[in-house]
Design a protein around this ligand. Structure first.
Ligand SMILES: [Cu+2]
Length: 89
């Protein structure tokens, strides 16, 4: 005897989209040349414009740039930092 699934297709739940989406990640970079809060601000602004980026944190003293988001592209981050006038080392 054939057995059929009794659950109507509309009731079978698909995987929530967050399972298939690129997971959130955090990457750290070191930026050379930043000397004050204005430097940090311009780096933050440029990197924030990258679509994949959710949050940006810049520490002037250590030169550390922390970027969080989904599907972050290193080259895009480098380009954004260069746009601000600094360099990822
Ligand atoms: Cu500055």
């Amino acid at each position: 005897m054939l057995r059929f699934c009794r659950i109507p297709p509309s009731r079978i739940r698909k995987l929530p989209t967050f399972f298939s989406a690129t997971p959130e990640e955090t990457r750290e970079y070191t930026v050379a040349g930043m000397t004050c809060s204005h430097c940090a601000l311009s780096v933050r602004e440029e990197v924030s414009e990258i679509a994949a980026v959710g949050s940006v944190d810049v520490d002037v003293d250590s030169g550390r740039l922390t970027v969080s988001g989904s599907g972050i592209d290193d080259d895009a981050v480098r380009a954004a930092v260069a746009e601000a006038g600094y360099e990822v080392v």
